[in-house]
Design a protein around this ligand. Structure first.
Ligand SMILES: [Zn+2]
Length: 161
């Protein structure tokens, strides 16, 4: 990694690391993931400045720039990336769709009426966000609080929004 990087790392995550991809997106990192990538596709992502994350030694032989994780647990995998300095600077957590990797856009909570529980509309005021791709709604609440607690438990540093 170049020392002069001043925007958050962008990742492409290898096969079998779907859970890691979800947590990276939740932390706000631009993270590409699908079941299978052709080698040529991975090369073009790397040339585009993405960091390839893998658990495969074989992959590491083919892609010397790849970051190879040792741990099987997602919490430890995040810790490994953090220890390598890849979480600095941090992106805005909870700013991306964990399914599509799209940046969420703020939306009028009233527009979400019928799509989310009623109490959400009345308690979160203007904090409602939506994925422009899958239209899923995101808002601060107990679900997010649980995820924040999990990150703290794993020792992952992030700036609560
Ligand atoms: Zn989405």
């Amino acid at each position: 990694m170049e020392a002069s990087r001043n925007s958050p790392c962008r990742f492409v995550v290898d096969t079998m690391l779907g859970r890691l991809a979800k947590w990276l997106r939740l932390l706000g990192f631009d993270t590409l993931y699908q079941q299978h990538y052709a080698a040529t596709t991975l090369h073009s992502f790397i040339n585009d400045g993405r960091c390839l994350v893998t658990r495969s030694r074989k992959r590491l032989e083919e892609f010397s720039e790849a970051v190879c994780l040792n741990s099987e647990s997602v919490g430890h995998q995040l810790g490994e990336l953090q220890d390598k300095g890849l979480f600095s600077p941090p992106p805005e957590p909870f700013s991306r769709c964990i399914r599509c990797n799209m940046v969420l856009v703020e939306t009028d909570p009233l527009a979400a009426k019928g799509e989310v529980p009623d109490y959400v509309i009345h308690t979160t005021a203007t904090k409602m966000r939506q994925c422009p791709s899958c239209n899923r709604y995101y808002w601060p609440g107990t679900h997010r609080a649980r995820m924040e607690a999990q990150l703290h438990h794993w020792g992952i540093k992030f700036t609560p929004p």
